[in-house]
Design a protein around this ligand. Structure first.
Ligand code: M6R
Length: 368
C-alpha cells in the first residue's frame, strides 16, 4: 500500500503532482474559463457577497492564510482568516452576505464543524473545501469544492495541503470570473500556470539531494526557525508545524518583517533559519527579505534560502540554497512547501520517529 515507500507520508509527498492535477481536472474548459457548477451557490448570490471568512485548523488554516492573499487580490472582496477554534467564541460579525469558507481535509474536525454550524445559524452561506466525500463538514455546508488528493493516511498533511491551495485558487478565480474583477485572459493565464504546477513539483521531487543532506546536517539542531513574507509567511508556519509534528523539534515560523520586533533576539550562532524568498523582480519585499538574511547571518545563524531559480541576488546570502521553480508569486506556496515537507519527513526518519503516527496526534481531531 505504501507503494514501495517507507512511510505513507513519503508516498503522499510523491503523490502530490497527481493530486494537484486531479484537483484541477475538469474544472476549466479549453479556453481557461472556470466550471465550478458543483458550488451550487448561484452567481447572483456570489455577486452579493461582501465579506469572506475562511475558517480552518492547523495546516488547513495555513492554506486559508494563502487563500486570503489570493482572494483579496483577485476579487477585492474583504477576506478574513480565522482559527476555527476561536471563531464562534468571539461573537463574529456574520450574515446572509457573508461567505464562510471552511477548509478541512478530513471533513470531521470538531472545531471547524462547530464554527460552520455557528455561521449557518447566522444565515451565512458556507462553502466547504474538503478531501473526504460525504464527511460531516461538506454534508452540513451549502456547497463544497472537493479536493481530489485521494486518501491521506499520514497524520501530517502534505497532499491535503497542496490540493487545498489549488481549491482556494480555483475559488478565488471563479469569484473573479463571476464578479468580473479580472479579465478572462488573465484568469486563463493563471489557470495555465496552475496546470504547469504538477510537472514543476515532479522536477523538484527528482532533485532532493540537497534537502536530504540538510536533514543529515541539522539532525541534532535543538531549534529551527522559518521566515517568509506575503504568501511565504504561511509557508514558513507550515514548514515549522511539519517539523514540530514529526521531529519533535522546537520550530517557529515568523513573518520576516516581524523579525526586528522581537524574534531577532532568538538568533544565535549556528541556529538553522529557513528563509522563503519571494520571487525577485517587481516584488518590493524581495529586497527587504535580503536585508533580513543579512541581519541573521551577521549573528551567526545558518541560512537555508529557498529562492526561485535564477535569483542571483539571493544566492550569495545563502549558506545553503534550495531553488524553487519559477511560478507566479501567489502560487509559490505550491512549490515552496515541498522541500520543507521532505526535510521534516527525513529528519524524523533519522531520529527514528514514527513519521506516519507522531506521538500525541490523531488524523482527525473530533473533539473540541
Ligand atoms: O482534517 P482537517 O484539515 O480539518 O485537519 C486540521 C488539522 O488538524 C490538521 O491540518 C493538522 O494540523 C495536521 N496534522 C497537520 O499536519
Amino acid at each position: 500500500e505504501k507503494g514501495g515507500f517507507d512511510w505513507f507520508m513519503r508516498k503522499e509527498i510523491y503523490d502530490q503532482p497527481k493530486a494537484v492535477a486531479d484537483t484541477l481536472l475538469g474544472r476549466h474548459d479549453a479556453s481557461g474559463a472556470l466550471r465550478l457548477d458543483e458550488i451550487r451557490i448561484a452567481p447572483e448570490e456570489l455577486r452579493a457577497v461582501d465579506k469572506i471568512i475562511v475558517i480552518a485548523c492547523g495546516t488547513s488554516f495555513y492554506a486559508g492564510m494563502v487563500a486570503k492573499y489570493a482572494i483579496e487580490h483577485w476579487t477585492r472582496i474583504p477576506c478574513e482568516v480565522e482559527l476555527a477554534s476561536e471563531f464562534r467564541y468571539r461573537d463574529p460579525i456574520v450574515g446572509p452576505t457573508t461567505l464562510v469558507v471552511s477548509i478541512s481535509q478530513s471533513g470531521e474536525t470538531a472545531d471547524t464543524l462547530m464554527a460552520i454550524r455557528h455561521a449557518r445559524e447566522q444565515k451565512a452561506k458556507v462553502l466547504a473545501i474538503c478531501n473526504t466525500n460525504g464527511s460531516t463538514i461538506p454534508r452540513e455546508s451549502d456547497a463544497v469544492i472537493y479536493t481530489h488528493a485521494g486518501p491521506e493516511i499520514g497524520v501530517a498533511s502534505t497532499k491535503g495541503f497542496l490540493t487545498q491551495l489549488v481549491a482556494c485558487y480555483l475559488l478565488g478565480l471563479y469569484l473573479a470570473q463571476v464578479r468580473g474583477t479580472k479579465f478572462s485572459d488573465e484568469i486563463a493565464l493563471l489557470i495555465d500556470e496552475l496546470d504547469k504546477i504538477p510537472a514543476a513539483i515532479e522536477r523538484q521531487l527528482g532533485d532532493l539531494d540537497g534537502v536530504l543532506q540538510l536533514a543529515a546536517d541539522f539532525a541534532d539542531a535543538p531549534s529551527v526557525l522559518f521566515l517568509g513574507r506575503h504568501v511565504g509567511y504561511p509557508v514558513a508556519l507550515e514548514g515549522a508545524l511539519k517539523l514540530k509534528e514529526l521531529a519533535y523539534i522546537h520550530a517557529e515560523g515568523f513573518a520576516a518583517g516581524e523579525l526586528k520586533h522581537g524574534p531577532i533576539a532568538l538568533i544565535e550562532d549556528q541556529l538553522p533559519v529557513f528563509v522563503v524568498m519571494p520571487p525577485p523582480g517587481r516584488d518590493l519585499v524581495h529586497d527587504k527579505v535580503i536585508s533580513n538574511i543579512q541581519e541573521i547571518r551577521a549573528r551567526g545563524a545558518r541560512t537555508i534560502v529557498l529562492a526561485e531559480e535564477g535569483d542571483e541576488v539571493a544566492a550569495p546570502y545563502a549558506d545553503v540554497m534550495i531553488t524553487l521553480p519559477k511560478v507566479p508569486t501567489l502560487l509559490q506556496p505550491l512549490v515552496a512547501i515541498v522541500p520543507l515537507q521532505v526535510f521534516a519527513c527525513e529528519l524524523a526518519t533519522r531520529k527514528g520517529h514514527d513519521v506516519d503516527q507522531p506521538r500525541n496526534l490523531a488524523k482527525s481531531v473530533t473533539v473540541e
